[in-house]
Design a binder for this molecule. Structure first.
Ligand code: ADP
Ligand code: TRP
Length: 358
């Protein structure tokens, strides 16, 4: 195991977290189903890379999942799946703080305080909320207020950078808006033109975060051609059995273009998945043959399946090892929650003092 970088301790222990020099990175995934290719390329792959760049917090957003998973056994199972996914893809608990959201009660507490100044009109125009309602979901308060809890998650840790897929961009923008609004309301002479007080030395109580989105993997398509998502039942799971992975990949929706004909590139889920999985050179060759015709979709699906195994088999093996030692995984989560609480409780105390609750 690598040693904890000295820098990290400085950032946590320094008297004034606002003036720390180390970048802080924070993100989470929901345990609302099993993790899939979209989660990996949109989010988790970045997490593993970013943990080298700063002080990182990666959590399992199980409070958010209560809006979709109402079976306690399933929620526990998916929470463990998310933890194993993080660790299998190389999140290193010696470098990153890995924890369950519900183990840090400060998230729920800040949710309320922050929600007290969130304009209803913002929540009404949230894309992800509107999208779910338009797909027939009966909205409840949890779903409606989801972005407020997400903003609390981010602001509690004074995160600088939030690595996410494109669907979460608006949520991070809300967190920015509300951080500024809170600072304007409660910090004397706060300057929204210099939101983190870099120029004038007057930082807000909340640091203003930035979303980090990889353009080439911003939206991964599912087997039906829509955005891949646990809630649409169109995923290719990262850790399903070989048989199930094969079934999902062979089931990717394609049109009826004949084997010998050139294949349409526009809107093809299969081609877009090949693009994210193959290296640039191999993809160029694949795309040329796709445009030329002569090979059936089955051939490309088989290629995708081979790429899947070549890319993910090491993490799949690592996960199997971890499954043999779940006590250690639980220990990682508990240690993570302790460290997360150290940071979160300091921030919450400052907030309570500012608003008059302490
Ligand atoms: P889901 O939509 O399957 O419930 P989450 O909402 O838990 O997934 O997303 C966890 C992370 O994975 C977020 O950063 C999200 O933006 C990213 N993500 C999820 N689906 C995709 C996708 N299809 N393409 C790119 N990123 C995605
Ligand atoms: N809403 C995110 C998603 O569905 C998960 C999440 C919850 C999150 N809180 C967060 C992501 C804070 C980044 C930062 O993907």
């Amino acid at each position: 195991m690598r040693a904890v970088p000295a820098q990290r301790d400085c950032s946590v222990d320094s008297k004034n977290d606002k003036f720390r020099l180390v970048m802080r990175i924070l993100s989470g995934v929901q345990p609302s189903g099993r993790q899939h290719l979209g989660n990996y390329f949109g989010a988790i792959r970045q997490f593993a890379a970013l943990q080298e760049e700063g002080d990182s917090f990666f959590f399992i957003a199980n409070l958010h999942s209560l809006t979709t998973v109402q079976d306690p056994e399933k929620l526990r199972e998916f929470t463990l799946d998310a933890a194993l996914t993080y660790l299998a893809f190389g999140l290193d608990p010696e470098r990153s703080t890995v924890f369950r959201q519900s183990d840090v009660p400060e998230h729920s507490e800040l949710f309320w305080i922050l929600g007290s100044l969130v304009p209803l009109s913002h929540l009404e125009r949230a894309h992800s909320y509107k999208d779910k309602v338009s797909k027939g979901k009966n909205p409840d308060f949890g779903l409606f207020s989801y972005p407020v809890l997400m903003a609390a998650d981010i602001l509690l840790y004074a995160a600088d950078k939030v690595p996410v897929g494109k669907d979460q961009k608006q949520h991070v923008e809300f967190a920015r808006d509300w951080a500024i609004k809170f600072n304007q309301t409660y910090v004397d002479r706060y300057d929204p033109a210099d939101p983190n007080g870099v120029e004038n030395g007057r930082p807000g109580i909340f640091r203003v975060p930035v979303a980090s989105i990889q353009p080439e993997t911003a939206t991964i398509l599912g087997v039906d051609g829509q955005k891949m998502s646990k809630s649409y039942g169109n995923t290719i799971e990262l850790f399903a059995s070989d048989k199930k992975v094969k079934k999902a990949i062979m089931g990717i929706k394609t049109d009826s273009t004949a084997v010998e004909d050139p294949k349409p590139t526009e809107g093809s889920a299969l081609l877009s998945l090949l693009k994210v999985m193959a290296n640039q050179n191999d993809y160029r060759i694949l795309e040329e043959s796709w445009r030329a015709g002569g090979l059936g979709y089955g051939h490309y699906k088989k290629t995708l399946l081979d790429l899947f195994h070549a890319t993910f088999d090491p993490a799949r093996a690592r996960r199997q090892e971890l499954e043999g030692d779940l006590a250690s995984v639980e220990k990682v989560l508990q240690r993570g929650a302790e460290r997360a609480r150290e940071v979160a409780s300091k921030q919450l105390s400052e907030v309570k003092l500012a608003v008059g609750l302490a």
